[in-house]
Design a protein around this ligand. Structure first.
Ligand SMILES: Nc1nc2c(c(=O)[nH]1)N[C@H]1C(S)=C(S)[C@@H](COP(=O)(O)OP(=O)(O)OC[C@H]3O[C@@H](n4cnc5c(=O)[nH]c(N)nc54)[C@H](O)[C@@H]3O)O[C@H]1N2
Ligand SMILES: Nc1nc2c(c(=O)[nH]1)N[C@H]1C(S)=C(S)[C@@H](COP(=O)(O)OP(=O)(O)OC[C@H]3O[C@@H](n4cnc5c(=O)[nH]c(N)nc54)[C@H](O)[C@@H]3O)O[C@H]1N2
Ligand SMILES: [Mo]
Length: 764
């Protein structure tokens, strides 16, 4: 809000500039400077997203072809600076601090201690992590794992930064050990896409490529914040806007990165302080109002189609390619406009206007993110998006399609190569045949299953391939307590975080190379591969010397654990990691449909597209057609009718990567030097007789024992909707509110109550 509603509140100032621009360049310089790498970091950035360089680890947005001179953004630069830092959490650091003392540090400071340099084991006598030899670390892990009565005692968590090669080895290790327990960060992220889309259109991935953004007539952006989370997308959006493509945003908050952008790579915009308007239609719907909004759009389209004698919808496509249209039509017609308006928070006229933009566009791309997936009805949201697109044949032709914006830079690839708690029989058959063993068939655990398994004592060991599981998941206190009862916790990581401090009886931290660093095996630099949000697999080669001579690659660490755990397992792990081409040959053998000729294709072009049948209107569903799928009612949450309860959404600031907090600013939202804020609608602030700057207690509506203190900041939001930053929010969130089919927690719709603290006693 460019007004003075929050005047006098510490750290809150209106931000009137566009996204990008000089603010972005200044922030890039500051990020490099803070990590003490100004000169060398600048050189490193030159390799970012270039054909012979490394792939950016900040998001999964695809790279431009041909590559631009600088193919990175402010937040990509921050991620690189954070990894390439000159700070070190070395032996002296761990000698100086007990785990109890470190527990009291803010999350930012733990990671800012710098890169881990040597393997560490927890010593209960001193309450410190102490250095240990690699072989000793592997032997300790192997000894405990070999002693388990059942392989399902082990949980193998993956965060989506791991390469295809590391992820493939990791799942191979887990399955050879005997478990499908692969809780994954996607279980907190895009799993509703993977659960919902295949039933609708037969694939669980984007049906568009970057080229489609060059010819589409409208782009719908629902529940994502590209200015912060996929900043390279802003270049694509502004090019589209300049050629007259409509951009329609549905988001409870006004996000600067959806409104205006000054492209730092556009000399004219930079010199003239100009910018490009992005969304020309911006609808601030209620948190959790997306099913109602989507049904409102579809209801408007049906009415238009009735009025113009069937010209609005693509009836030929519907007849030839789809199933279930009559049922969908009946379902939509049964929804009442009054209910749609109440639940979505949008007036009928707005929904009709947005539907008109949709109908007037020959080709539409619909992009979506966490606002859609992290809901109790996340899978239903995804399927209603597919319905909307199918109505006008907007899937499987140029300039049109569904574009889920994945999170972590390789979360999609990790899933493709087998990180999955319920793999297909075909995958397991081929894996077993190639490596001569019988993989387990029982489905394993997602995140929301793994944590209760640890609480019950069914799970006794947790290995984390990256990430910060306990902080990222709902209800950290429960996870921390459960982790402390485990027999073994192992973290393969670049930097220290809070999850590492909740140690099991034996607890080991194994420091790994990051994406920016040269990975040498048998003296030869290796390349790894990742898959972007639009299904292109690309190679990535680090260019920096490792942050410490002791670091090992994720692949080498997994091989070390596997050798020590499965000495007679019949898989030659050292052979596999001696040359990563061998891992890729194994991936090609196990997944021939998409990876046949993996190494050859890489050598030819450095990247290749994984075929997507829905893009070619080949529908891999049970019926062989695209399915219109129904969602019950409008997915209205029952707490909505209680005026005491607000619906809280949890968002990322511009200075964080998930649980990694770079600094306490959130420039585009006008928040500086603090994160302890609660964004509230003016009406809700007044109704509770609060004032901006007041300290309040925010408590979970279902359990007042979960609460945190925040400062009220007034923001243009629909009444009843509020927002705060993730991950601090997770203390409020329960493990039992999740989307049924995908088990993704409802991070974006948390029912809360607000109680004022005495303003005088608790100044802002
Ligand atoms: N710099 C940076 N880049 C990142 C990340 C990062 O933390 N930092 N994280 C990466 C990861 S893992 C992911 S998954 C992606 C996340 O990328 P996004 O999906 O953009 O992530 P969020 O910040 O969670 O924001 C989602 C948006 O949804 C809106 N929203 C909230 N509730 C609702 C709702 O009910 N309906 C609708 N329609 N909108 C809603 C919020 O206002 C916000 O603008 O980004 C990836 N890229
Ligand atoms: N309330 C709320 N909760 C959420 C979300 C939300 O929007 N709201 N979003 C959810 C989403 S979308 C996601 S994806 C999850 C994220 O959950 P995670 O993926 O578990 O968390 P990150 O914060 O990305 O993990 C950061 C850690 O990864 C390690 N790391 C960094 N780089 C590397 C590397 O190259 N290799 C290895 N091995 N380790 C590395 C570092 O130790 C760092 O501390 O959080 C989820 N939680
Ligand atoms: Mo994510």
């Amino acid at each position: 809000m460019a007004d003075d509603s929050n005047k006098g509140v510490r750290g809150i100032k209106p931000y009137t500039w566009p996204a990008g621009g000089w603010g972005s360049l200044r922030a890039t310089g500051r990020a490099l400077n803070r990590q003490g790498i100004l000169l060398d970091g600048g050189r490193t950035l030159g390799h970012l997203n270039q054909p012979d360089g490394f792939d950016c680890m900040s998001c999964a947005w695809p790279d431009q072809h041909p590559a631009r001179h600088f193919e990175f953004c402010e937040n990509g630069a921050k991620a690189v600076a954070w990894e390439a830092t000159s700070h070190r959490a070395d032996t002296a650091f761990f000698a100086a601090h007990t785990v109890e003392a470190l527990w009291g540090w803010p999350d930012h400071d733990l990671e800012d201690a710098g890169r881990l340099t040597t393997p560490l084991a927890y010593d209960a006598q001193t309450d410190k992590y102490a250095p240990i030899e690699w072989d000793d670390a592997f032997a300790r892990i192997g000894k405990i794992l070999r002693g388990f009565d059942h392989a399902d005692r082990l949980e193998l968590y993956t965060s989506g930064r791991a390469s295809n090669e590391a992820a493939f080895l990791y799942q191979l290790f887990g399955r050879r050990f005997g478990t499908n327990n692969f809780p994954d960060c996607s279980n907190m992220c895009h799993e509703p896409t993977s659960a919902g889309m295949p039933k609708s259109v037969g694939v669980g991935k984007a049906t568009v490529t970057l080229e489609d953004f060059e010819t589409c007539d409208a782009i719908f952006c629902i529940g994502h914040n590209p200015g912060t989370n996929h900043p390279r997308m802003l270049g694509v959006l502004s090019t589209a806007a300049r050629r007259g493509c409509s951009i329609v945003a549905f988001n409870p908050m006004r996000e600067r990165g959806l409104e205006r952008f000054a492209d730092p790579q556009n000399p004219v915009e930079m010199a003239t302080l100009g910018s490009t308007e992005l969304a020309n239609h911006y609808y601030q719907l209620n948190i959790g109002g997306d099913v109602a909004m989507l049904k409102g759009l579809m209801k408007s389209l049906l009415a238009m189609d009735d009025a113009d004698g069937g010209k609005t919808l693509d009836h030929a496509f519907i007849a030839e390619h789809t199933n279930g249209f009559a049922q969908l039509k009946a379902d939509i017609e049964a929804s009442d406009w009054t209910d749609i308006e109440r639940v979505s928070g949008l007036p009928r006229a707005d929904l009709e206007a947005a539907a008109r933009v949709y109908a007037d566009a020959k080709s539409v791309i619909l992009c979506y993110g966490m606002g859609i997936t992290q809901q109790r009805h996340g899978t239903a949201n995804v399927q209603q998006i597919a319905n909307l697109l199918l109505m006008r044949g907007n899937i499987g032709r140029p300039g049109a399609g569904m574009s889920p914006l994945r999170g972590h830079s390789n979360v999609q690839g990790d899933r493709t190569v087998g990180i999955n708690h319920h793999p297909s029989d075909e995958f397991l058959d081929r894996l077993g045949a190639h490596f001569h063993f019988t993989p387990p068939r029982e489905p394993g655990h997602t995140v929301i299953d793994a944590i209760p398994a640890m609480v019950r004592g069914d799970a006794k060991a947790l290995i984390c391939l990256g990430g910060n599981l306990a902080v990222a998941a709902p209800d950290p206190a429960t996870t921390f307590a459960a982790m402390r009862e485990l027999e073994l916790t192992v973290h393969i990581a670049t930097k220290l975080n809070r999850t590492h401090l909740a140690h099991g009886r034996e607890s080991i931290i194994l420091p790994c190379l990051g994406r920016t660093e040269i990975d040498r095996q048998a003296g030869t630099p290796q390349r790894i591969t990742v898959e972007d949000s639009m299904c292109t697999v690309r190679e990535s080669r680090g260019s920096r010397e490792p942050g410490s001579p002791e670091l090992r690659s994720e692949c080498a660490i997994i091989a070390g654990i596997a050798n020590a755990t499965l000495p007679d397992g019949g898989i030659d792990w050292n052979y596999l990691i001696g040359d990563y081409d061998r891992i890729r040959d194994a991936i090609a053998a196990v997944l021939p449909d998409i990876f046949a000729g993996f190494n050859e294709r890489l050598r030819l072009t450095g990247d290749f597209y994984l075929r997507n049948p829905a893009r070619e209107r080949e529908w891999h569903t049970a019926s062989g057609k695209a399915e219109f799928l129904l969602a019950a009612g409008l997915a209205e949450e029952s707490h909505r009718s209680n005026p005491d309860i607000l619906t809280l959404t949890t968002i990322r600031s511009h200075e964080q990567f998930n649980t990694t907090i770079y600094s306490s600013d959130d420039r585009y939202r006008g928040v500086f030097g603090r994160r302890d804020v609660l964004f509230m609608a003016p009406g809700d602030v007044h109704a509770r007789k609060l004032v901006p700057g007041q300290r309040v207690v925010v408590s979970a509506a279902d359990n007042a024992a979960r609460h945190i203190e925040l400062t009220v900041v007034v923001r243009e939001l629909p009444t009843g909707s509020a927002a705060m930053y993730y991950p601090e929010s997770n203390a409020l969130i329960s493990l039992d509110r999740f989307d049924g089919p995908s088990k993704v927690p409802a991070f974006k719709s948390v029912p809360v109550r607000i109680t004022a603290l005495d303003a005088a006693a608790h100044p802002t």
